[in-house]
Every structure is written in structure tokens, then in C-alpha cells.
Write a protein that binds this ligand. Structure first.
Ligand code: ASP
Length: 608
């Protein structure tokens, strides 16, 4: 037998047993005539003892880090026990060993706190994967995968594979394309998601589908995105939104239980998109902490069907607020104690180009009930107190105020809230808070393309009560700057996102399943009839053969793993990831292809 046990398996109870182990050499230590070696495999580390005789064999045949070794010997109790590892009470008194393979010196240490930088570790990813820290992440990923599959299987979902060489599926990114040798001049697209296929499977009657599947999106890589990533992709027939929310809340709770041992018994909070944007400035709010945003002033043409407090700030002749589209406030617990320096730092923080604000105003609500503000030249004490009351501040808090254009200011306030939450220790890694965000707008207006675009994707259905708004109104807009007054801006989608600790971990929708409505949708997005037929004729055709009502969701598997693993980076949870420029440093891909291949594909490279 090649090995009788793994390197993580032997305990005091095995003392006296003759065993054979195989693994990689982690460390070699010489003590006089005796040599100690830590042997590592996927399961752990076991200490081997080379007695004088065996040690002397090593002189002509030296061992080195990462050599592959087979070791035979007897399990004995260790006098100098290492209680930090499960095998630390025993060691193996060797009788025989054989070097199965040598290793050159690895470019970085194979340890938890390695000396290797990111790029080096990516280049030698197969060595990085030997490290415990990375292995733990992959184990967690597998546990999430198994848990999801078990739950879905128990709920009659069927795993059905869908093709990778397809025609474009729009999820809002660019397609990766693959030239077809057999069809000169023609290309496949790699799926941005299996969206249309899972819908076709519903037409075919497979009423509960899932797949743990790769998706490909050629996006400009923002931090922590991967051009290929994995989704837990699901679809169900004969369901309403409520059924989907319940089923997939169940899935995530099951994963929490199986993977983290967490009993998430409370029902998942729900919030409309409008509330999320209004109170948190963001469609994926982190609700582990409060500190809601208060809108002191808003422009008349925004989605929000809510009251601002402009009466409190108008008419004070303060040009900055008077001239701003939007004025937002947030109250920071205990913030009245901020020093001048801390306030200056926060002001610098909001002025950074990524945040883009011109300044930060404040009102301290002192413990003695008085207020002190950076804008008290314009606002009398009474008004400042009213603002403080409106933002539900307590004595000892500070109200921070940002002013500017609607979109930028709301985003900036959202970022500031998250930053303050972080600074105040309110975003705890081991606390998990789920949220459903519902009722997204169906459309967004792209001023760049001068047309409506689907916020989720073009297969998402409007709220049933608003279908008539879509049918009865033409999409065209006369004045692009005033698009929010078009009826389409008010149409809400039957779409939902699942948010975990401020990250979108899943999203989906109830779909359109009637040909006419789908055609109307394509037209609303500025597609001609011919274009719609060319791109999606197969789906429109399928809808004529008895398409059932259906809906679904997809979870970002990599992101879910990284959050459960307490890491910022999805790369740490992918066995062979790409770097931030979309490169595989190990393979050195992408790379050019040779002329013969280009010729076969009828391609010419034209780099200007
Ligand atoms: N295909 C969608 C996405 O990738 C998810 C869904 O609507 O089910 O975001």
C-alpha cells in the first residue's frame, strides 16, 4: 500500500502501529545525529524522526523543502508535545524512507504567513494552493457548493448543463467571443449567464432547474471582479415572487447552517429599492448598522416619492445649499466629541476624487443640549436644532451634511456612512445580515445611448399593474434631461436582489413569458423588430408554444464564499483566478496565437 494513513490522522491511540505516510516536506530540523521532518499533505502535518542511521543516509541524499517523501515507521508518543496541531502528541519513528520526487527551492514559503507577494503567488498558484490558508478557502467553497446542491436536490431542482458556445445573452456587459473555424467569419459568444437557456428549460417543462455554472463577462475590471466567475443559477415555473423569495431565503439559510453553523431563524428583512436608495443611498445597503441618511433637500425630478425637509434649509441665504440639487445629512453616534483634526480628516475624505464632494458641513449636538455648527453664520440655533431633531440625533452626536448633485451626493453619503460604520466597528465580519431589495425600476435611461436600458435584463417582467403603462406609452423621449418625467421611469420590475452585509450576493426576477410583451420590451429598449428576431427569435418562438409563468435567481458563488470566509477578495476563493487586468499569470494568458491558427480561423490581426 502506498500509504496507510494521511498526515492529519494519527493520534495517541495509534501508538505502536506501523504506518506508511506520503507527503511533502514542510521543514527539516537537525538535532545532533537525529533529524526531524514535518511531513505535510492535504489533511495535516506529522512529525517524522530519522534516527542516527537513517540520518546518515541523508548525507549522500539530502532532503529539501517540498520534496515528496514516502515514510515507513512506528507511531510513538512524543515527549515534546505540540498541542497546536491535532497530530502533535505523536511522531513517527522511521524505519525506511524513499524520496519519491525532488523539488527545487520554492519561490516563496509554503506557510500561512508566506513571504510571497500576490503576483508571485499567482504565477506559482499550484504552490500557493498547498498553503493552508488557500486550502481552507477552497474547502469552504466546496462546502457551500455541497450545501447548495443538497438543498436544491431535496427541493426537486435538477442540475442541467447548458452550452458555453452560444449567441449573446445580454446581462449588461460585453461578450467574450470565439471564432468558428467551420463557419468562417462567424463567432460564438460565451454566455454572460445561462439566462435564455434556463427560460427555455421552463418552456420544456423542467420546472425546477439549477446549475453551478461559469459565466463570462468582458467588463472593464473593477477591483475584485473576474472575467469568468461562477453562479448558482436557478429557475422555477409556476411561481410568484413570494415563492422565489421563500425558496432562496431557505437556500442561503441552509448554507449558513451547513457551512458556518449559524441558525439564521429570523425572516429576511425586505426593503424596496426606493427605501434603500432613500435611507442608505445605495441599492445594496449594509443593514448591520443604522445611521440612516436623511434627505434635507431633493430635486423635484427623482424617482423618490417621498418628502424632503427643504423647509428647514431653504431661505437662509446659504449659497451652497441653495444652489445644490440635493442636501443629505447623517447623524454619527458620539460624533460631537470629534476633534477639529478628525473633522478635517473626514472633510478631506469626502473631497477625494472617488467621492467628489466639495466639503462637509456639521452640527455638533453637545452633551449639554447646545449646538455648534460650521454653518451657524447662516442658520440660527433654533433651525440647527430642528435639523438635529429631524436627523434623530441624540445628545453627544454630530450631524454631517453633504450637498451637491443628486446622484453624486447620495453616492458620496452612502460611502461616508459605510466608512463611518467601519471606523466605529459596526461592520463586524462575523455578523451576517441578509436583506431582500425589491421593486427595482424596470428601466434606466442611458443618456449616452439615448435610449432606455433594462436595469436587470430584458427578460424581467414589469409589475403586473404597470404592464399597461408599458403597452400604452411609447418609449421615445423628447428631452433626455427630463427622462424622469417619462412614465417608463416609474415602472417597477418584478425583480429582487439578495444582499448580505452590503454586498449583492444574488439577483433575479419574474420573467416575461408572453411573446407580445417580450416584443414590446425589446422595442422599448430601442431594438427593431428585425434585430429582436435576429437576436432572440428562438426565445420569442418558444414563447408561442405554451411558456409557463416562471422566474428565477442567480447567486454569485465566488462572492458568497468570500463573505462567508471573511475575506474581501473573491480571488482567494477561486483555485485558478485571473489578476486585476484579467490575466492568468501562471499560464501567461491571454496570449497571441500563431499564423497557422489565425489562417484557419480566417482572422487577421490589425493592431494600430
Ligand atoms: N441571469 C441573471 C444574472 O446573471 C440572474 C437571473 O435573472 O436569474 O444576473
Amino acid at each position: 500500500m502506498f500509504r496507510t494513513h494521511t498526515c492529519g490522522e494519527l493520534r495517541l491511540a495509534n501508538v505502536g502501529t506501523n504506518v506508511t505516510l506520503a507527503g511533502w516536506i514542510q521543514t527539516i530540523r537537525k538535532f545532533g545525529a537525529i533529524t526531524f521532518v514535518d511531513l505535510r499533505d492535504r489533511y495535516g502535518i506529522t512529525q517524522l524522526v530519522f534516527n542516527e542511521g537513517l540520518s546518515s543516509q541523508l548525507e549522500s541524499n539530502p532532503l529539501g523543502r517540498e520534496f515528496v517523501l514516502q515514510a515507513k515507521g512506528k507511531v510513538i508518543e512524543r515527549s515534546n508535545k505540540n498541542l497546536t496541531i491535532p497530530t502533535g502528541k505523536i511522531e513517527i519513528e522511521l524505519t525506511e524512507f524513499s524520496i519519491l520526487n525532488k523539488s527545487v527551492t520554492p519561490p516563496f514559503t509554503i506557510q500561512d504567513d508566506t513571504d510571497g507577494g500576490d503576483d508571485l503567488r499567482m504565477k506559482y498558484r499550484y504552490l500557493d494552493l498547498r498553503r493552508n490558508a488557500v486550502k481552507k478557502n477552497l474547502e469552504l467553497r466546496y462546502a457551500v457548493n455541497r450545501s447548495a446542491r443538497n438543498y436544491l436536490h431535496e427541493n426537486q431542482f435538477m442540475d442541467i448543463e447548458t452550452p458555453f458556445l452560444i449567441k449573446s445573452t445580454p446581462e449588461g456587459a460585453r461578450d467574450f467571443v470565439v471564432p468558428s473555424r467551420m463557419n468562417p467569419g462567424q463567432f460564438y459568444a460565451l454566455p454572460q449567464s445561462p439566462q435564455t437557456f434556463k427560460q427555455l428549460l421552463m418552456v420544456s417543462g423542467y420546472d425546477r432547474y439549477y446549475q453551478v455554472v461559469k459565466c463570462f463577462r468582458d467588463e472593464d475590471l473593477r477591483a475584485d471582479r473576474q472575467p469568468e466567475f461562477t453562479q448558482i443559477d436557478c429557475e422555477m415555473s409556476f411561481v410568484e415572487q413570494e415563492d422565489i423569495l421563500n425558496m432562496f431565503e431557505g437556500l442561503v439559510k441552509r448554507i449558513f447552517k451547513d457551512v458556518k453553523g449559524i441558525d439564521y431563524t429570523e425572516s429576511v428583512e425586505r426593503m424596496t429599492w426606493e427605501d434603500a436608495m432613500w435611507h442608505f443611498g445605495n441599492d445594496k445597503p449594509d443593514i448591520r448598522f443604522g445611521m440612516k441618511i436623511h434627505t434635507l433637500k431633493k430635486p423635484s425630478t427623482v424617482y423618490f416619492n417621498k418628502q424632503d425637509h427643504s423647509g428647514l434649509i431653504n431661505g437662509a441665504n446659504f449659497a451652497v445649499f441653495d444652489g445644490a440639487e440635493t442636501v443629505l445629512a447623517i447623524s454619527v453616534p458620539g460624533g460631537a466629541a470629534y476633534t477639529r483634526k478628525q473633522l478635517d480628516e473626514l472633510t478631506e475624505w469626502v473631497k477625494r476624487p472617488q467621492i467628489g464632494m466639495k466639503g462637509l458641513a456639521y452640527i455638533r449636538y453637545n452633551e449639554d443640549g447646545t449646538v455648534k455648527s460650521s454653518i451657524d453664520k447662516f442658520y440660527a440655533e433654533e433651525r440647527l436644532k430642528k435639523i438635529v431633531e429631524t436627523t434623530v440625533s441624540n445628545k453627544g452626536d454630530i450631524v454631517l451634511i453633504l450637498a451637491g448633485s443628486e446622484e453624486r451626493t447620495r453616492k458620496a453619503m452612502s460611502e461616508l456612512r459605510l466608512e463611518l460604520g467601519e471606523q466605529l466597528g459596526m461592520r463586524k465580519k462575523d455578523e451576517f445580515k441578509l436583506l431582500w431589495v425589491l421593486d427595482f425600476p424596470l428601466f434606466e435611461y442611458s443618456e449616452e445611448d439615448n435610449r432606455w436600458v433594462a436595469r436587470h435584463h430584458p427578460f424581467t417582467s414589469p409589475k403586473p399593474s404597470q404592464i399597461s403603462t408599458m403597452i400604452e406609452n411609447e418609449p421615445s423621449i423628447k428631452d433626455a434631461s427630463n427622462y424622469l418625467s417619462h412614465p417608463y421611469a416609474q415602472i417597477k420590475a418584478n425583480a429582487y436582489d439578495m444582499v448580505l452585509n452590503g454586498n449583492e450576493i444574488g439577483g433575479g426576477s419574474i420573467r416575461i413569458y408572453q411573446r407580445e410583451l417580450q416584443e414590446k420590451m425589446f422595442a422599448a429598449l430601442g431594438m427593431s423588430k428585425e434585430e429582436a428576431l435576429h437576436k432572440f427569435g428562438f426565445l420569442l418562438g418558444a414563447f408561442e408554444y405554451g411558456a409557463p409563468p416562471h422566474g428565477g435567481i442567480a447567486f454569485g458563488f465566488d462572492r458568497l464564499c468570500s463573505i462567508l470566509g471573511g475575506s474581501e477578495s473573491i480571488r482567494d476563493f477561486i483555485a485558478f483566478p485571473k489578476n486585476n487586468s484579467g490575466r492568468d499569470l501562471m499560464l501567461d494568458a491571454p496570449s497571441s496565437i500563431d499564423d497557422v491558427q489565425l489562417k484557419e480561423l480566417n482572422l487577421k490581426i490589425n493592431l494600430s
